[in-house]
Ligand binder design. Structure first.
Ligand code: IPM
Ligand code: MN
Length: 327
């Protein structure tokens, strides 16, 4: 889809496949080398990553090294996760609102993902395990600003910041202060704060109410799965790991689906939606739009995999969409 859409728009796109699979890790113990990471970030404009996760790597090290390694190495501080309901029947909710379109701005380089922590007396009944949430003024400021800027540039009217400031007072205090400060620069955008527990409830109760949402790394990880589910499931949800003006990494919000491995029925739409985000990042907005239209058409016409009620295989969905592009 990436190549076909770019070609139609005269885009000059060269694609290199990279092998970073769990098979490779299991055979030589390497997830991704420092040198590969440097090359990927230094020599390309973007990467489109397949789904990660393999039951043969139960501690998730492979996925963590590659995904978190690249996010941190390239300082991709924005995890952009749009959740748009393309058809009401895709939602598990009883009365979904067709206008539902939430855009999550998940902080992507700090918080509980910073890797600060440790353990003492591991493996004994006196074991201690700690994990610290790291929040810097600069880190909070740039993600909050990215959310407001997006809202302004895309005609969105409200930014919701999600935290747990009633308990996590230090990070909550910082986030709220920065949110108010940056928000003041965007007087035309309404702003509100929500506690994460209430937000989890409200995203099920009335997701259509939410517009742009900005939050910390872990809350964003969790809430973006919830947002994806109420708008059609992980099979549809793309994400972009971004740092404006720099290299970007696109990946479906979902991981792999080992329970259906080898059957040829994995839903390709989230990955294809990532291809659209990639094209947009590369300055090929027209091509991106066409890919988006193909996704909508595949849903409207029921050319989908079984998880979405269709009877097509992964390959058939892909080929159908490529065929449609050519029409
Ligand atoms: C995601 C994933 C990753 C995360 C995992 C695989 C490390 O769940 O991209 O949302 O927690 O960020
Ligand atoms: Mn996740």
């Amino acid at each position: 889809m990436l190549a076909a859409a770019a070609a139609r728009h005269g885009g000059d796109l060269s694609l290199d496949p990279w092998e970073l699979s769990a098979d490779r890790y299991l055979s030589d113990g390497v997830t991704i080398t420092d040198e590969e990471r440097e090359r990927l970030v230094g020599e390309y404009d973007a990467a489109l990553l397949g789904a990660l996760g393999d039951p043969r790597v139960p501690d998730g090290r492979h996925a963590r090294d590659i995904l978190l390694g690249l996010r941190f190495r390239a300082d991709l501080y924005i995890n952009f996760r749009p959740c748009r309901l393309l058809a009401p029947e895709l939602s598990p909710l009883r009365t979904p609102d067709p206008s539902t379109h939430i855009v999550f701005f998940r902080e992507n380089t700090e918080g509980l993902y910073a890797g600060v922590g440790g353990s003492l007396r591991a493996g004994t009944p006196d074991e201690v395990a700690t994990e610290q949430s790291v929040n810097t003024y600069r880190g909070v400021e740039r993600i909050v600003r990215a959310a407001f800027r997006y809202a302004r540039d895309h005609g969105r009217s409200r930014v919701t910041m999600v935290d747990k400031a009633n308990v996590l007072r230090y990070e909550g205090g910082l986030w709220r202060r920065v949110f108010a400060e940056v928000g003041d620069e965007y007087p035309e955008i309404e702003r509100e704060t929500m506690y994460v527990d209430a937000m989890a409830m409200d995203l099920v109760r009335r997701p259509e109410r939410y517009d742009v949402v900005v939050t910390s790394n872990l809350f964003g990880d969790i809430l973006s799965d919830l947002g994806a589910q109420v708008t059609g499931g992980l099979g549809l949800a793309p994400s972009g790991n971004l740092h404006p003006g720099k290299w970007a990494l696109f990946e479906p919000v979902h991981g792999s689906a080992p329970d259906i491995a080898g059957r040829g029925i994995a839903n390709p739409l989230a990955a294809v939606a990532c291809a659209a985000l990639t094209l947009e990042h590369l300055g090929m907005a027209g091509a991106a739009e066409e890919v988006g239209e193909c996704i909508e058409a595949s849903i409207a016409q029921g050319v989908t995999t079984p998880d979405q009620g269709g009877s097509s295989s992964t390959r058939e969905v892909g080929e159908w969409m490529i065929g449609r592009l050519a029409e």
